[in-house]
Design a protein around this ligand. Sequence first.
Ligand SMILES: [Ca+2]
Length: 226
Amino acid sequence: MKKKTIVFCTAIITTLLIATPPVALANDNNPLRDASFELRLPPDQGGWILFDESMFSTDKARSGSQSMFNWGFSRSVPYPPYFVGTVSGSFQEFTAAPGSRWRLTGFGAANTALRGAPAFGIVQVSFFDALGKDLGTAETAGNKTPLAKTSNKVTSQTPAGEWIFLDTGIATAPAGTATVQAFTLYVDFSGSDTSQGVYFDDLSLCALEDGNDDGSQCTAIIKADS
Ligand SMILES: [Ca+2]
């Protein structure tokens, strides 16, 4: 009887493993401070730097009791391009060498499904030189490509209230890199005349070890002073 119980439990665990969507890899070397937004550390203590319509929120949390809420109001106007857009977010900055590889993951959710498009929440890594110029990434470098590497998105198609896993994949720092910035971002150019936004929680930044190609082994790095 005991044996049967064990077999049964194993079957359940196996089923759960197969059914579980991809989740963040464990990262004991996550350099982000207050990665779950519980501490509300100010920037001069290494905390998140907030811009535009961004705030710590107790309205929704994937872990603990707080998250980061980036939101905005994109209104329609009677002249081209017929909308006024908004970009809000939060970020932290780290020293980074050319050729170093980075992966940012986290979770995003909208309490009510976003209206219109483009209106979306992402996590993003961006590289900068010593003068603060945005360099883009090796993967995205080029005239017609964005100067950063972004994750999949929370959009109008994302079920309301559901946390989804956000993942930039691996971004390689181009020549001249001095720093990397890890962002939560909400972008709204929808002209939907609605106040709306995306919650973020449980971010993890990985500086990949040499020879590691999936972000499962991360190097311990020291955060630059703010
Ligand atoms: Ca949290």
